[in-house]
Design a protein around this ligand. Structure first.
Ligand code: PRP
Ligand code: ADE
Length: 173
């Protein structure tokens, strides 16, 4: 069994019927499990000279900020609407259970800055694709993406576009 699996709670029919919600809060509450999770998320990127980690609001902030520290990189929040002051760049996207918009400060990344995107869950891949678009609009160099959980049936990896830009997940369902 994957060492992190026991720390993820499956909640049926949340937030709407037919969705099995993968709750990461038991993992976050487990000091050792959380630390090992950040080590495992960082491992593929050691030596990749990551300069900036973009974390996606809100659960992506938790993993992204810890991972940025581990990789000695800066942290850049990609936020939902109404949270960041202008000037901004923004992208609209679809979710497994709705639609949303992601925004970043228009000078959040430097041109060519080696950037990693981090989130907790890859579902349909809409969020990660929007984050990737934002990184491109900011002129940074995308090194890859890391997620804790990949929901394979929703084929987010297909949307990410194969292996040209690496995408790592720790746990697959
Ligand atoms: O691959 P996708 O279909 O785009 O879905 C994945 C996204 O869905 C969840 O975010 P949510 O918008 O529920 O926000 P939260 O982290 O604030 O709970 C999750 O944290 C990912 O960001
Ligand atoms: N099934 C799911 N569980 C947790 N977070 C999600 N984000 C999108 N789908 C999700």
């Amino acid at each position: 069994m994957n060492p992190f699996e026991a720390l993820i709670r499956a909640v049926p029919d949340f937030p709407k019927p037919g969705v099995t919600f993968r709750d990461v809060t038991p993992l976050l509450a487990d000091a050792g499990g959380f630390a090992r999770c950040i080590d495992a998320l960082a491992e593929p990127w050691q030596g990749s000279q990551v300069q900036a980690v973009c974390g996606i609001e809100s659960r992506g902030f938790i993993f992204g900020a810890a991972l940025a520290q581990k990789l000695h990189a800066g942290f850049v929040p990609l936020r939902k609407p109404g949270k960041l002051p202008p000037p901004l760049v923004e992208v609209d996207y679809q979710l497994e259970y709705g639609s949303d918009r992601l925004q970043a400060r228009s000078d959040a990344l430097k041109p060519g800055e080696r950037t990693l995107i981090v989130d907790d869950v890859l579902a349909t891949g809409g969020t990660l694709a929007a984050a990737r678009q934002l990184v491109g609009m900011l002129g940074a160099e995308l090194v890859g993406a890391s997620v804790l959980i990949e929901l394979k049936a929703l084929q987010g990896r297909v949307r990410w576009g194969g292996d040209v830009v690496p995408l790592h997940s720790l746990l697959q369902y």
